[in-house]
Design a protein around this ligand. Structure first.
Ligand code: GDP
Length: 308
C-alpha cells in the first residue's frame, strides 16, 4: 500500500516513525512543510524536513522533538561568546546538515535533491520531498507588526497575539517534482497530526496541491492535532482561533474541507463524531496521543485501517 503523508515537525515525526514500522519504507512518501524554513548565521535551516528525516533515521532527539539525539552545543556557545543571536538552537552535528544544504543551494541544487541526498546519507529509505523547491515563508502578524515564523515560535515562544498568518511566496511557488503524482496516485494520503495553520497550511497554499488532494485516487485521512479542545502541544489552538477555526476535530475538518474523507480523532472527542458524519466525513476513534513507540505504531495501524 503506497502512503503519502503531508507533514510538519514534531507531531508528524512520531506518527511517521510508527508508519515506517508498518510499511516497506519504499511505500512511504513524505511531503514536508518548508514554510518554517529560516536563515540562521547565513545557513538555510529546514526545521520540519530535518525533524522528519532525523526521526525516520532513528536519530531524532525524542525528548526535545527536534535536533539530533546526543548532540552538543559548543558552536552555539562560541557564537554567543561572539555576541551573535543564539535564540535559535543549532546543535554541533545538526550544523553539518545546514552547512551541507546551504552549500548545495548556493550551487543551485534544488532543495528536493538536497533533501533526498541528506535522507539517503542518513539511511532513510522512505522518500522525503519538500512541498516546493521555491521559497515559501510563513509570517505572523502581531500587534507590533510582522514576524517570521521562527521569530514568533522560538524567539517569542508563541506568547504574542496573532492577528494574521501569511504564506509569503506561496502564490508563485510550484509543487516540488514528484509531489503532485505522490498525492494523486497514493492508496492513502495522510495529513499528519500537525499544526493545520503553520505546518499543513503552507503545503496547501502551494498552487496545485489542493487540486491534487481533490482528485486523489486513494482515501485522504487526517489525524487531529487537537484533543479535548486544545492542541496536544504548541500553538495550534491560538493559530486556529486567529483563523476563526474551532479548536476541535470539527475545526480541523473545516481546515481540510472539501477534500478530506476521514478524520482520526481521540476517543475523548467521541461526541464530535456525529457532526463529522453529518458533514460527509468518516470519523475514526482512536487513542491519538503518542507517548512512546508502541502508541506510535498502534496509531499508524489505525490510520492504515481507515482506508476501509
Ligand atoms: P511543529 O509545529 O513544527 O512542531 O510541527 P507539527 O505541526 O508537526 O507539530 C505540532 C502539532 O502536532 C501540534 O498541533 C500538536 O497538537 C500535534 N501533536 C503533537 N504530538 C501529538 C500527538 O502525540 N498526537 C496528536 N494527535 N497530535 C500531536
Amino acid at each position: 500500500m503506497r502512503v503519502t503523508a503531508l507533514a510538519g515537525g514534531t507531531g508528524a515525526a512520531k506518527l511517521l516513525r510508527g508508519l515506517a514500522a508498518c510499511l516497506p519504507p519504499e511505500d512511504l512518501t513524505v511531503i514536508g512543510n518548508t514554510g518554517d524554513d529560516t536563515e540562521v548565521w547565513g545557513l538555510h535551516v529546514s526545521p520540519d524536513l530535518d525533524t522528519v528525516t532525523y526521526a525516520l533515521a532513528g536519530r531524532l532527539d525524542v525528548e526535545r522533538g527536534w535536533g539530533l539525539a546526543g548532540d552538543t552545543f559548543r558552536a552555539l556557545e562560541a557564537m554567543a561568546g561572539l555576541g551573535a543571536d543564539t535564540w535559535f538552537n543549532l546543535g554541533d552535528r545538526d550544523l553539518a546538515t545546514h552547512l551541507f544544504r546551504t552549500r548545495a543551494l548556493r550551487r543551485r541544487r534544488p532543495l528536493s535533491r538536497i533533501t533526498a541526498d541528506v535522507a539517503q546519507r542518513l539511511g532513510v529509505a522512505a522518500r522525503i520531498l519538500p512541498m516546493s523547491d521555491d521559497p515559501v515563508r510563513t509570517r505572523i502578524r502581531t500587534p507590533d507588526g510582522w514576524l517570521g515564523f521562527q521569530e514568533y515560535f522560538v524567539r517569542e515562544k508563541a506568547q504574542v497575539e496573532v492577528l494574521e498568518v501569511d504564506y509569503e511566496g506561496a502564490a508563485d511557488a510550484s509543487p516540488a517534482p514528484g509531489v503532485v503524482p505522490a498525492i494523486r496516485d497514493a492508496d492513502l494520503v495522510l495529513v499528519c497530526p500537525s499544526n493545520p495553520v503553520t505546518s499543513v497550511g503552507p503545503i496547501l497554499a502551494v498552487p496545485g496541491i489542493v487540486e491534487a488532494l481533490g482528485t486523489a485516487r486513494g482515501v485522504v485521512v487526517a489525524v487531529s492535532p487537537i484533543v479535548g479542545g486544545e492542541a496536544v502541544s504548541g500553538p495550534a489552538g491560538a493559530l486556529m482561533r486567529a483563523r476563526r477555526l474551532a479548536v476541535s476535530p470539527e475545526g480541523v475538518a473545516t481546515a481540510y474541507a472539501p477534500w478530506l474523507r476521514a478524520l482520526v480523532l481521540d476517543r475523548r472527542d467521541a461526541p464530535s463524531a456525529g457532526a463529522l458524519r453529518a458533514r460527509g466525513l468518516t470519523p475514526v476513534l482512536a487513542d491519538i496521543v503518542m507517548t512512546d513507540r508502541r502508541s506510535e505504531i498502534a496509531l499508524a495501524r489505525r490510520v492504515l485501517d481507515a482506508r476501509g
